[in-house]
Design a protein around this ligand. Structure first.
Ligand code: FCB
Length: 439
């Protein structure tokens, strides 16, 4: 049966988009003056990324962006969420500007606008310039100031054409994986460094909001959070407490100070030593929307080997899972959106949602269609129940470099043959296009 957006109660101006990020799709890692990022470095470490994959070539979007924009236009996608690569624009993170890098995003933005696709630019999707990491990276307060300078550069260059700006993609996942679990760049597992990184990322967000607001007339600004229902693996007090702590680390460490002006209670003491007078006011700046990347409910459990004493637990045995092992529970989308709505009272944009598969199986991706259809219906339920949801971006337009999973985890609605770079829309792309068109 076909589903129409309007049947589900989406208003005509509801925004349907597709999402990618720079390091995951661009490639051209050493071209036209781009500097190295912490993910380039991470990919050189032994056994950290499946099959030793790297983002050196990825989807070659840097050269093929025109084809990709045409593909989006064919699918009827109305907005494209991409990220700007800080090390492409400022190869050392600060100082000398790379004109060739700036010109790339001019071309990308112009070709989007020519085809009537709204550009949604995110300033940071995990690719910190290595040169700044060498100066302390997110554990150094200075990085927040350099990020604000970088935001101002982007605002001045693109603000005439780009009105929708995300500051940081999933600061919680970036900092937990990078500074607490050591599973992602820059591969650190240290509680106090993680606490520092949280605070610097929050200061960076605040500084970037101010820069964008000052320099982009009519800017619409948000931060993009991974926020998922967080449940205890078992119903015992230690597990319930672990889940409460994990919820604060994953879901609240960033939105709480950014929107409510305070760190959540279990984290406040650890972060306190790094907070200077006036910091919370610098972090809590007025924003226009809450970006949520929604995938699946999470289960947490105590784990003495982790720096915070908690970590991922196992989902219930009878819970269905995706091909990459993530729980499948469409109703969690509604639950999550209503939680965000009640706590933060902002318009919400679903900036990522999608289904990962391990197999090459290819184009007949029925489980992805089922996932998207059910999650969009659950989003409609949340809208109906009062959550102010304004848009939805599928993750991802293209199969791409899925961080530690390399090219073996595929989230694209468009298949990419990484040997030839041929793009082929999967059944899910056809379904999404049809859904948008009929809505
Ligand atoms: C999110 C990331 C995105 C992608 C998806 C699957 O956490 O923001 O880059 O890896 O997961």
């Amino acid at each position: 049966m076909r589903t129409k957006a309007a049947d589900l109660g989406f208003p005509p101006d509801f925004l349907w988009g597709a999402s990618t990020s720079a390091y995951q799709v661009e490639g051209a890692a050493k071209e036209d003056g781009r500097g190295p990022s912490i993910w380039d470095t991470f990919c050189t470490l032994k056994d950290r990324v499946d099959h030793g994959d790297t983002g050196d070539v990825a989807c070659d979007h840097y050269h093929r962006y025109r084809d990709d924009v045409r593909l989006m236009a064919d699918l009827g996608v109305r907005a494209y969420r991409f990220s700007l690569a800080w090390p492409r624009l400022l190869p050392r993170g600060k100082g000398a500007v790379n004109e060739k890098g700036l010109a790339f995003y001019d071309r990308l933005i112009d070709s989007l606008l020519e085809r009537g696709i709204e550009p949604w630019a995110c300033l940071y999707h995990w690719d910190l310039p290595q040169a700044l990491h060498d100066l302390g990276g997110w554990t150094s307060r200075d990085t927040a100031g350099w990020f604000a300078d970088y935001a101002a550069l982007c605002a001045r260059r693109y603000g005439d054409r780009v009105k929708h700006w995300g500051t940081i993609n999933e600061p919680s996942v970036h900092s937990i994986f990078g500074y607490a679990f050591g599973w992602g760049a820059p591969s650190i597992a240290d509680r106090s460094m993680h606490a520092r990184a949280i605070h610097t990322l929050n200061l960076a967000h605040g500084g970037a909001v101010d820069a964008l607001r000052a320099l982009v007339p009519g800017a619409s600004i948000g931060c993009i959070h991974s926020h998922q229902p967080c449940r205890p693996e078992r119903d015992d007090p230690a597990c319930v407490e672990a889940a409460a702590l994990f919820d604060e680390l994953w879901n609240r460490a960033f939105p709480d100070p950014q929107i409510l002006g305070a760190y959540p209670p279990r984290l406040a003491e650890a972060i306190e030593p790094y907070v200077q007078p006036g910091d919370l006011a610098r972090i809590c700046r007025p924003i226009d929307w809450f970006g949520v990347n929604h995938y699946a409910p999470m289960y947490a459990a105590p784990n003495p080997d982790m720096v915070w004493g908690c970590g991922f637990g196992a989902p219930p045995d009878d819970m269905p899972r995706s091909d990459v092992g993530w729980p499948l529970e469409p109703a969690a989308m509604r639950e999550n959106l209503l939680t965000i709505h009640r706590r933060y009272r902002l318009p919400i944009v679903v900036t990522e949602n999608g289904y990962g598969s391990k197999s090459e199986a290819g184009l007949a991706d029925t489980p992805r269609v089922d996932y998207l259809r059910a999650n969009i219906a659950s989003m409609a339920d949340a809208l109906h129940d009062g959550a102010d949801v304004r848009g939805y971006f599928v993750w991802s337009l293209l199969d791409n470099f899925e961080w530690g999973g390399g090219y073996g985890s595929r989230f694209g609605i468009v298949h990419v043959d990484f040997a030839t770079q041929v793009r082929t829309p999967k059944v899910s792309a056809r379904w999404y296009a049809d859904f948008i068109r009929r809505g």
